[in-house]
Ligand binder design. Sequence first.
Ligand code: ADE
Length: 420
Amino acid sequence: MAEELHKWVVMVTAQTPTNIAVIKYWGKRDETLILPINDSISVTLDPDHLCTTTTVSVSPSFEQDRMWLNGTEISLLGGRFQSCLREIRSRARDLEDEKKGIKIKKMDWEKLHLHIASYNNFPTAAGLASSAAGLACFVFALAKLMNLKEDNGQLSAIARRGSGSACRSLYGGFVKWIMGKEENGSDSIAVQLADEKHWDDLVIVIAVVSARQKETSSTTGMQDSCKTSMLIQHRAKEVVPKRIIQMEDAIEKRDFPSFARLGCADSNQFHAVCLDTSPPIFYMNDTSHKIISCVEKWNRSEGTPQVAYTFDAGPNAVLIARDRKTAALLLQRLLFHFPPHSNTDLNSYVIGDKSILQDVGIQDMKDVEALPPPPDIKDNIPAQKSKGDVSYFICTRPGRGPVVLPDSQALLNPETGFPK
Ligand code: ADE
């Protein structure tokens, strides 16, 4: 090939959201294909606040497949990346870029190497499902680059091979991951139940809880639960199938009390399965438990649920408020019980959609320090304050699915294909 022909770089940049399960995925029936033992349902979070952006590129000048995550080179040799790459390459099609005068034939994709750069707009180590957004973005962007004709449902089955919950990040709004029956996993895909506009009153507040110790990885935790817990079998076979039907109905009808009751019960049962595992797994900590008590007391005092809570394999609380007004009252309560360490600026303690704070007249830390105890706290019980237990709060909402971004937002240099 002539020297100048080696110079071209073709790239695609995509953005993919993260998601939080309200009916949890816990336990695999096939470790390699990543097939779950029950269906799960999630809410996609607004990518403005939590998302992965990934640029994938191809050039005859690349000598090997390489990937950079948040600016640092990482290995692509792991099974999860390799499974996705293999599935995508096998479905790749002819590509013609008329503007650049480039033609890539279907069979060329096997020989051409890739450069990939990915960036999470939230701390990767904070336990906020970064691998779900990350693997979904990896698959979605590569599928666009290699001109795959598969729809998002079919792409979800490829993303599932990278990280189970990644399959739910292929859609916005409310998503169900159908466990499927086939041994080859072909029917274990995500489907959209409703888009993000269907129930746009909901506000999501995430309390990022300071974790002290390294948690058991989800992969190990699930394996241990499947081997040792009796509760997990009862949950997968008897409880979740009924809950899935009820949760779909609650979402369709925008029935917040049912949504909250089912979501809280399911989170609690998932953590009960973790406790029922040998050795027991503790994902929640004292702060998580205090947040549950705070929400449960408030919901009870109102007579009907105002806020739902759900916890994944870590101590962070994901709180879903029925509307903006409730979210503002929730934040007021959370800031009262969990004020930051001294000298923390409110702008870095509450991130995302900060306008919710203005609804309750909180403008700076002085306003936080002056917050009165929530009204349902009895005068004879001193209100508990836990300074520094929460690292920060993220205010967000249900959000859209993956999108392709213009080249101006690429993370790789269009001339060299190396990180900018
Ligand atoms: N794991 C965490 N974040 C990721 C990303 N953006 N891409 C791939 N894997 C990830």
